[in-house]
Design a protein around this ligand. Structure first.
Ligand SMILES: Nc1nc2c(ncn2[C@@H]2O[C@H](COP(=O)(O)OP(=O)(O)O)[C@@H](O)[C@H]2O)c(=O)[nH]1
Ligand SMILES: [Mg+2]
Length: 301
């Protein structure tokens, strides 16, 4: 077993951080690390927090992390921000806002960019590292709007969507499809004007199941206990635990497709027929549609 893997399994923070960087950069060593730790993972629970910048996600996560920590959970927090480098301002701000939380809560940001599906792939593997290191609850903050949130919501057990009365959030959120991905909706900044109205709008939008919509103030530490209780209930609920299977199905399918895609590209480029086909199309001996279909059919077998 490599030193890095045994460090992770002992919960050594330096080993965890190094391993996460390796995964985040998609370095070749990633495969070995995941292979080394996978059997020691115990299915840690994951909760994703999503919502526009400034909604109060980091502040709220800090409160919730502290709440779960005091209940005996081993909590880790990951902030996913593909738009800014690791030292970027937003994440620095997050660090400051989370500074007051316990040393025992591991906080880390991920910057992985690049390939489609790259975020959820590295996220899942980072969760595995934390899980193998002994963390049993992983809170994930995603920064951005739209596609990334939807991708992350498919990679976690529970999704919390956070709204904020300071911006035209509700309309933005509907446009970005955020009203469809949440298990719990939170109107934060209830200490500010407009929060009560926004709460009513969101409650109407989400439907009759009002217990899934919460109002709180992360800043004033109000409504956090109720929210934490609701999250605890969902974590206990078989329905949300069972999502692990569909998360894995998605992940496995994406990985298989990625490998197939990479190998196919190699095969296509090396094929002599490919070069000839282009010339045939140029001479109008064959149309591109039929040429592509015939070629692909031959490659797949
Ligand atoms: N008034 C008020 N401000 C808040 C509340 N929660 C967070 N904030 C402030 O909103 C700003 C953005 O918060 P942050 O947690 O960084 O939001 P994020 O971008 O969603 O992570 C900060 O200045 C926070 O202090 C709240 O409940 N009430
Ligand atoms: Mg934040």
């Amino acid at each position: 077993m490599s030193e890095l893997v045994s460090g992770i399994l002992k919960g050594d923070k330096r080993s965890i951080s190094r391993a996460i960087s390796i995964i985040d950069n998609n370095d070749a060593e990633s495969l070995k690390i995941i292979h080394g730790i996978f059997k020691k993972t115990k299915n840690a629970s994951t909760i994703g927090f999503t919502g526009s910048a400034g909604a109060g996600k980091s502040t709220l996560i800090g409160r919730i992390a502290t709440g779960f920590h005091s209940l005996g959970y081993k909590v880790a927090v990951i902030a996913v921000d593909p738009s800014s480098p690791i030292t970027g301002g937003a994440l620095l701000g997050d660090r400051v806002r989370m500074m007051s939380i316990s040393d025992e809560i591991y906080v880390r940001s991920l910057a992985s960019r690049g390939a489609e599906g790259g975020i959820s792939r590295s996220l899942r593997n980072v969760v595995r590292i934390l899980d193998a290191a002994g963390y049993n609850l992983i809170l994930i903050e995603s920064v951005g709007a739209g596609q990334l949130e939807i991708e992350i919501s498919k990679a976690v057990n529970i999704t919390v969507v956070i709204f904020n009365p300071q911006t035209g959030d509700s309309i933005q959120a509907i446009k970005a499809g955020l009203t469809e991905i949440g298990d719990i909706y939170v109107v934060n900044k209830s200490d500010l004007e407009g929060a009560a109205i926004l709460f009513n709008i969101i409650s109407d939008l989400i439907g009759d199941d009002k217990k899934l919509v919460f109002k709180c103030s992360a800043k004033m530490n109000k409504g956090i206990r109720e929210l934490t209780k609701a999250l605890l209930d969902l974590l206990d609920d078989e329905k949300y635990r069972a999502r692990e299977k569909s998360i894995l199905e998605n992940e496995l399918r994406d990985m298989i497709l990625n490998v197939i895609k990479e190998k196919s590209i190699e095969k296509i480029m090396k094929s002599q027929e490919y070069g000839k086909l282009v010339n045939k199309i140029l001479k109008k001996e064959v149309d591109p549609y039929s040429a592509a279909l015939n070629f692909a059919n031959k490659i797949i077998v």
